[in-house]
Design a protein around this ligand. Sequence first.
Ligand SMILES: [Zn+2]
Length: 165
Amino acid sequence: MYCPFCNEADTRVIDSRLSSDGHQVRRRRECPRCNERFSSFETADLGLPRVIKRDNTRSTFDQEKLRAGMLKALEKRPISSEQVDSVMLRLVKRLRSSGEREISSRQLGEWVMEELSELDPVAYVRFASVYRSFEDIQAFNQTVEQLKQHHFSDKKSTHETENKK
Ligand SMILES: [Zn+2]
């Protein structure tokens, strides 16, 4: 943490203590350059980042909406609710640990697609065709083609899939 007095980049922590309610850490710091002392406070930031939409408007992250979108892609697919739950948990955890205050809907969509490509190829293609704006039909066909290959080699042997990459 920078020294607020002289802007020295490296300050030393000389004392750390937890606040009485246990939700905040107070640190006493000392600047090795100007010897000033100051306190910093650390709290866990559990807020989820806001989502920047394509038209540049911002909205709060809507977990239910995302879940609904995934369920739609997973319609009539052999995926259990528990599997969907664990994907949602991973996505929320990823959002939280990103530490970003805002995240683009495109990035979020990519993460969902990463998850779906592991979970179910059909759901992945369905979701991708809605979520991603395939600039040209060729890119879309390539994706489908890659999935087919992946799927077929999966059936033969999982080791072979690794070697082909
Ligand atoms: Zn200083």
